[in-house]
Design a protein around this ligand. Structure first.
Ligand SMILES: *Cc1c(COP(=O)(O)O)cnc(C)c1O
Length: 236
């Protein structure tokens, strides 16, 4: 199958999931997780009209994002996101190339990003990454510490929070995976009610190739899809 066909298949899956969830497909943004893909493939997806892309390694951001042609993207909303674990010493390198950092999960990283914004007299959009699956290896702030963490953002006004992000449990157990996604949604709702999230910070970035339907049923507004569009990745 071609890239265009894979993208159509994903769009159909999103539409079917929205129908099942009685949601409007317009509520769901599709981010293409482009790790390991060459610039030409990323450019091809953008030229097909898919302008929301994310990388999870700093090196791939600085290698590839500068090579994407603005000419082909002028006609559509185009956003470059960072979606992986971010070391504070890599902030400076990726900063010019990303409008949104989805993986803000600790005060030291938030402060570093804020400092970089101040230095350049600009702002950045962020998501707060939460670890809802209780797996030791996963990045993200512990749900019990989320509300304290959110309070620190009153002192970091150049970071504009769009919502919460999580990497779901990597399992076939539908109920266990959906429990995690439901937890993220309820944390968002409670934080909004308490005024810990700004009123417009309603987004939920959750769901990947294998479980986007479950994430949409639980309220995802942004799904991050890689292998279902680009094919299986070679083992690193
Ligand atoms: C790679 C990646 C995805 C996409 O995963 P697939 O299973 O390939 O769809 C989503 N989120 C993050 C943070 C990733 O690194």
């Amino acid at each position: 199958m071609t890239l265009a066909n894979h993208l159509k298949t994903i769009t159909a899956r999103i539409e079917a999931a929205c129908q099942a969830a009685q949601r409007d497909p317009k509520e769901i943004k599709l981010l293409l997780a482009t790790k390991t893909q060459p610039v030409e493939t990323i450019q091809a997806a953008i030229d097909l009209g898919y302008g929301l892309i994310g990388e999870n390694r700093a090196q791939e951001v600085t290698d590839k994002f500068p090579l994407i042609h603005p000419a082909s993207i002028a006609i559509m909303p185009y956003e470059q996101h960072f979606i992986g674990h971010l070391q504070t010493n890599k902030v400076k390198a990726i900063f010019p190339y990303v409008q949104c950092i989805q993986s803000v999960d600790r005060p030291s990283l938030a402060e570093k990003l804020h400092d970089e914004c101040i230095k350049h007299a600009t702002t950045r959009e962020i998501f707060i990454q939460v670890n809802v699956s209780k797996e030791e290896s996963k990045q993200g702030i512990d749900p019990h510490h989320l509300f304290d963490f959110l309070e620190t953002f009153t002192n970091l006004p150049s970071l504009k929070i769009r919502g919460l992000m999580t990497i779901g449990l990597n399992a076939d157990d539908e109920m266990a995976v959906r429990d995690g996604y439901r937890l993220l949604r309820s944390l968002r709702d409670e934080a909004l009610l308490k005024g810990l999230l700004p009123p417009l910070a309603t987004e939920l970035s959750m769901g990947m190739s294998h479980d986007l339907e479950w994430a949409i049923l639980e309220g995802a507004t942004l799904i991050r899809v890689g292998s279902a569009v680009f094919g299986a990745r070679p083992p690193l």
